[in-house]
Design a protein around this ligand. Structure first.
Ligand SMILES: [Zn+2]
Length: 698
């Protein structure tokens, strides 16, 4: 067992490069561990060829075993104009078929965001919701299935699915009531009186799960895959529709008439796949996809075909001859998929022409390709490029299969300290408008523009995602460094770090705080000389060149939240980091510093707690033991199953100088990093101790 505690639990006073030997040892161990290809990373730094203002041209075609270099019709302006004209015609048709019973849409940073907005199909913002207010309004109604907030994990646990103009729909996967195992639930909350309604619940532990849930044509459609048998085949699939019966004041369940389609899929052991909805993480229900496409894509181990509602199956030639294509979405003419390209160690996005039975690459190797959405025959995607480590640029394109052309919509630069993914986070296509989250001054907010008017500027919707405190109280600085192998040129180290800079108005001694945080950042880079890191000789270069991602150690440290406590007398600065040194995963790192704003000095729990350190250790150990006991055996994040052992370890680690403590308005959180008290998968184990219990009065 590798003990990693030492380097990520850095106290901040003495981290710097002292922790390097530990990192190096860890690197060596990880590099000899299982080699797993990183999905996101790109081995070679290749920026898309940008002949036309960064517009990627298709670069590769493949039709079965033969290559056809003459597939693009984009060379002829007349043909292109004709195709564009045809595209515009499609848009009108689609707009005509859109109706009010498609409901409304959600602007939510993620499915469990606290603040979210509703938007109608014309693009008007119709509502602002705060999950805390919904929780208060629902009260204890539906307590056997509503878990809008999970106390134990301090998490808004139920995922938002949809909004229909009146009901908000949620889904979750929890243990309910006296159930001994987990089950899925889908429920609705009436936004008039906040009455919850249970729509569907799986039997605990029966192996069934929600495949897709979408509000479509006046009903919430829930598609479920039932348990797998011994051979791993699904035993059943179905799609139910739920509508509210005003007279009976209850939801009514009906089938969706897709029994023949699902029966055919199960009989052939084909997996059916839905299409992406108005944002890439959401999928259309099968009824919706059938209405728009006429068939559903069915797959099984490299075999593909079209399944129609009557259960008829029509095979499609393989999408790509090498690797494992991952289908992103499709329409009636094209299937979009990504596939790992071994030459470039990158994922590449492809478009397969169903009629001509051949695929062509939309993107050339780029660091990261993200599919964002699909609307009116256009696929929206982003490619990430990085000229300087730590400062990625996401460039968003729309691609039309008809014209085989990508058009650049916008490019979004990284914003150090803003804690979001610029340009692609929150990407939605609603009512013909594109929405995404952007940073402005001191907040993240939704902006939007017409999807069909490429030159239209993105304007604020007035919908704030969240305020970013680091910019409310100051600014954020950043820098990065890279180091390459002197023999083969492979980048072996990449470091990026941010530091918060407090405005003078919050402290007469802001400079003391800022000097400390700058020094902290400089120590992070200390010793970044090629000579310290360079291999002794070129004996590893073949390996460097073959697995550049596995050989590159990255270490990032970002500014997280900045909070004022005790009426502005104290301030916390949180930092979130991530270290990667090859292997299947890296390691998270989080630190928090507590400052006295009057003096600018850092203070510790020993400055706030009035008792002895011995008493403090006992309180922490007791609280950790209580946290351990709050879990059942099968959901415990702790390695140990002995409460005394947990108590003793917590007691041993607790001290006035421990860096593994975080402060907020109500109390402290003792954090146990991965591998300390629990597994990597368990993440940080957090133990809350309110100030009352410590007799601290901030
Ligand atoms: Zn080398």
């Amino acid at each position: 067992m590798i003990s990693c505690r030492f380097f990520w639990a850095g106290s901040g006073y003495d981290t710097g490069r002292k922790d390097l030997p530990m990192k190096k040892r860890l690197i060596a161990t990880l590099l000899t561990a299982v080699m797993v290809l990183s999905l996101a990373g790109c081995g070679k730094e290749e920026v898309p060829a940008a002949p036309d203002a960064g517009t990627p041209e298709t670069v590769e075609e493949q039709a079965g075993e033969t290559q056809d270099a003459n597939g693009s019709s984009g060379d002829s302006k007349a043909v292109l104009d004709m195709l564009r004209g045809a595209g515009a015609g499609e848009i009108e048709t689609d707009a005509d078929t859109a109706s009010a019973d498609d409901g409304e849409y959600l602007l939510s940073k993620n499915p469990n965001a606290r603040i979210f907005y509703t938007v109608d199909s014309a693009g008007n913002v119709t509502g602002t919701y705060d999950r805390d207010e919904i929780i208060a309004a629902v009260g204890d109604r539906g307590s056997d299935y509503v878990r809008l907030y999970d106390k134990q994990s301090d998490w808004y646990s139920d995922d938002l699915i949809a909004y229909d103009g009146r009901f908000l729909y949620f889904k979750s996967y929890q243990k309910y009531g006296n159930d001994t195992d987990y089950s899925y639930v889908v429920y609705a909350v009436d936004t008039i009186d906040y009455e919850p309604y249970l729509l569907w619940k799986s039997e605990p532990g029966d192996g069934s799960y929600i495949d897709v849930a979408e509000y479509y044509k006046g009903a919430l459609h829930v598609s479920v895959n039932c348990s797998r048998n011994a051979e791993g085949h699904l035993s059943d699939r179905f799609e139910n529709c739920y509508t509210f019966d005003e007279a009976g004041q209850k939801f009514v369940e009906t089938g969706s008439g897709l029994e023949d389609l699902f029966a055919a899929a199960i009989a052939r052991d084909y997996n059916v796949q839905g299409r992406i909805a108005y944002y890439a993480d959401g999928r259309q229900c099968y009824s919706h996809a059938l209405d728009e496409v006429g068939w559903i894509l069915a797959m099984n181990e490299g075999e593909y075909g079209r399944l129609t509602a009557d259960g008829q199956f029509t095979p499609i030639k393989p999408l790509w001859s090498d690797g494992y294509p991952y289908v992103v979405t499709y329409d009636d003419d094209y299937i979009y998929f990504t596939c790992w390209d071994t030459d470039s160690s990158c994922n590449i996005l492809y478009c397969y022409d169903v009629g001509r039975e051949r695929a062509r690459a939309l993107t050339i190797p780029a660091e990261e390709v993200t599919v964002l959405g699909y609307l009116d025959g256009k696929l929206y995607y982003s490619i990430r490029t990085m000229e300087e480590y730590g400062y990625p640029v996401n460039t968003v394109y729309s691609y039309s299969g008809g014209s085989n052309r990508s058009e650049q919509l916008y490019a979004a630069d990284s914003v150090p300290g803003a804690q979001f993914t610029p340009g692609i986070e929150g990407f939605r296509i609603i009512g013909g408008r594109i929405y995404y989250i952007t940073f402005d001054t001191d907040r993240l907010e939704w902006v939007s523009a017409d999807a069909h008017t490429p030159d239209e500027a993105y304007k604020s919707t007035g919908c704030v995602v969240e305020e970013v405190n680091a910019f409310k109280y100051g600014t954020v600085e950043s820098s990065s460094e890279e180091s390459a192998c002197p023999y083969c040129g492979t980048t072996l180290f990449r470091y990026y770090s941010e530091n918060f800079v407090l405005d003078d108005e919050y402290s007469a001694n802001a400079s003391v705080i800022n000097d400390f945080l700058r020094q902290r950042r400089d120590e992070f880079f200390g010793g970044m000389e090629n000579s310290d890191y360079a291999p002794a000789d070129d004996s590893d270069c073949e390996y460097h060149l073959e697995y550049p991602t596995q050989n590159c150690i990255t270490d990032d440290m970002m500014v997280g939240d900045v909070e004022m406590l005790a009426g502005g007398k104290l301030m916390t600065v949180s930092m979130n980091g991530y270290w990667y040194g090859g292997g299947a995963h890296g390691y998270p790192n989080r630190e928090q510093y507590l400052f006295d704003l009057k003096t600018g000095e850092r203070i510790t729990i020993g400055d706030l707690y009035k008792g002895t350190e011995e008493e403090y250790k006992r309180i922490v150990a007791e609280a950790t033991k209580e946290d351990f006991l709050s879990y059942t055996y099968d959901n415990s994040p702790y390695f140990s199953n002995d409460s005394n052992e947990v108590y003793n370890q917590a007691y041993g680690e607790a001290s006035f100088d421990s860096p593994n403590i975080e402060y907020d308005g109500e109390g402290v959180t003792i954090i146990y990093p991965p591998y300390d008290m629990g597994s990597y998968a368990a993440g940080y184990i957090e133990v809350r101790i309110p100030y009352d219990r410590l007799n601290i009065n901030l």
